[in-house]
Structure formats: C-alpha cells, structure tokens
Design a binder for this molecule. Structure first.
Ligand code: AVJ
Length: 320
C-alpha cells in the first residue's frame, strides 16, 4: 500500500520560477547560448517525451525495457531478496514493474521533484503491487536525500533507468553518482541504464525523428520560456537540430536561428545571429570501459552488465 508521502523539499511555484529564470537568463547571456535540458519537462514537454519513447527511431526505451524484462532473474540473483528499491526521478515509473516483479523488494521508494506526478504514479503502482510498501519522496535527488525512517534498516537497490545520467557532463554525472551513494549508504547497489556509442546515423535519427516529435519537444522549450518568463522569442525563426559530437561522445540538441533575431526574456534583451544556436541538451553515450570509469569515479563498482539483443543499450548493476 501507499504510505504517507514525505515532503522533504517543498519548493513552491515561485522557487521553481526563480530557478528557471536564473538558468535561462544566465544561459542566454553565454557566447554559446544554452538552456539546461531539465527545463524541457513542463506538462506539454512531459507529454511529448512520452510520445518520443513510442517512436520507431527512439530505441532506448524499448531496448532498456527488453533488458529488464529478460534479465530479471539474473538481476534478482545478484541483488538478493529484501532490498528497498529506491528509484531516482521515477516520473511515470514505466519500467519499474519489470524490476519489482523480478526482485520482489521489501519496499519501493520513488523519488521525484514533481509531487503531482509522483503521487499519481505511486498510487497506480501501489494498486498493481498490493503487498508492496510504497514510500514516495518528493525531493531533488541531485543532492543527498534523507530516506523514510521505515526503510532505514533495509539494504538499498538504487534504480536509475532511461540513461538520464547521459544528460549530465562527466563532472556533474560523478557528483550525482556520489550523491546517490550518500543517499543509499554502505552495502547498497545501483542498477543504472546507459546508452551505448553506435553508428552516428542511428543516434541522430533517434534525436531527429521523421515525425518531428523531438523537434516539437525541443521547440516547446521556447514556448515555455515565452509563457513563463514573459518572453517574445519568435519560435518559428528556430529549427531543431540533433548533432553527434564525436570528441565528447554525445548527441547535442540545438535550436538554430534561421535569421538574425532580437528578443526579450524577463525584461532582458538578447540577440542571436542567423546560424547560431541555443544548445538545449546533451545525451552522452558510453562504451563499456567508459561506463565503468564513470561509475568507479562516482563510488560504484560494476558487478554485471547487460545489453539488449541488438547491443544498443546497457544496464549495469554496481555496488557501493
Ligand atoms: C530522458 C534524458 C534519457 O537523452 O535520450 C529524448 C531525453 N531528448 N529525446 C535522452 C530525450 C530527446 C532522453 N532522456
């Protein structure tokens, strides 16, 4: 059953607005304009991301789900019984049932910054797993999170699917892994999804689909800025672009200006020249040794690694 939600971070609407405004104003003032990708996920953006996961070209969701569905008993053999599963950024918790069915945990602790989403998906999951104790925690998991006292005595299995770690540049990714280590404690394990380096054409196709859903997802950020930060960015002057940055091993998403544009956001003037871009996302891809080095730097020792049948995506189990 669903236990009383614990409100650890109570960031009010003003607090979110302030952080958004600061990130956007700082990012648009840079020589390479940039807005952090975490601001994609307003209501429209979250819906568009769900649409992305169903696209033929966007392989990560299907590949990772295949791994979790097929490797459940192997994963369970290595995690053992009786752990509390702690999911970071649980969102809609779409992949969680596979894991919960496989390892039959003692408790499930979804952590998400979005309380509404968290409560809805926790309630749905608790209904599907009637015997499972569910303790949702509304918090920013980029910092160490205090877990509910009722799971304090249980060994933890952190769950961080979706290759969300890929959105972070390596130093930030290492900080996050260390925070998770602090949240989960000694004796814990982490099950994490990492996307693999592959043919750049396949990578670019996954981030620039023919249906234009990813383009809409990227451009929605400008609509959000205009709406929430009193902006007048001419959205139609920008086009979506996905680039493979080979030296940094990442897909980058940009919004490229088709003409010289002047605009305002929150009373501040900005200008962008034709051909210049606003950099909106990094999605880092790893080869096996790179993911091992990243995890080790973050305080985690890999125990096992699985890929899907087409070797597009990896899931790694590591121990503290
Ligand atoms: C949710 C961060 C894993 O990087 O693949 C999908 C977001 N961006 N298409 C990713 C995303 C464009 C996605 N993550």
């Amino acid at each position: 059953g669903l236990r009383a939600g614990l409100r650890i971070v109570d960031e009010d609407a003003d607090g979110v607005d302030r952080a958004f405004r600061e990130d956007v104003l700082r990012g648009l003032a840079q020589r390479q304009k940039a807005v952090p990708s975490r601001w994609f996920y307003d209501e429209a953006g979250s819906r568009l991301f769900e649409d992305i996961t169903a696209l033929a070209a966007y392989y990560p969701t299907r590949a990772e789900t295949e791994i979790l569905a097929r490797r459940g008993s192997e994963i369970a053999g290595l995690t053992g019984e009786g752990r509390a599963v702690v999911e970071f950024g649980s969102g809609s918790s779409a992949k969680t049932p596979h894991l919960l069915r496989a390892i039959a945990p003692a408790a499930y602790v979804p952590i998400d910054i979005s309380g509404d989403f968290l409560r809805k998906s926790s309630a749905a999951l608790a209904a599907d797993f009637p015997g499972l104790a569910v303790f949702p925690v509304e918090a920013d998991f980029t910092k160490p999170v205090e877990l509910p006292g009722l799971v304090a005595g249980l060994p933890k299995l952190g769950f961080f699917p979706g290759s969300t770690i890929g959105n972070l540049v390596p130093p930030t990714a290492v900080d996050l892994l260390r925070s998770m280590r602090a949240t989960l404690g000694d004796g814990s394990q982490l099950l994490i999804g990492l996307d693999l380096i592959k043919d750049p054409a396949m990578l670019v196709a996954a981030y620039d689909d023919a249906e234009g859903v990813t383009a809409a997802f990227n451009l929605n950020l400008l609509d959000r800025i205009n709406r929430e930060l009193d902006g007048d960015i001419p959205v139609a002057a920008f086009r979506h672009e996905a680039r493979w940055n080979d030296s940094l091993s990442r897909i980058e998403m940009h919004l490229v200006a088709g003409s010289d544009v002047d605009f305002e956001v929150a009373g501040q003037p900005f200008a962008i020249r034709a051909g210049e871009s606003i950099h909106t996302e990094n999605s880092h891809k790893y080869e096996p040794r790179g993911s091992t080095m990243l995890l080790l730097a973050g305080g985690w020792t890999p125990l096992a690694r699985w890929t899907d049948s087409q070797e597009r995506f990896s899931v790694v189990l590591a121990e503290a």
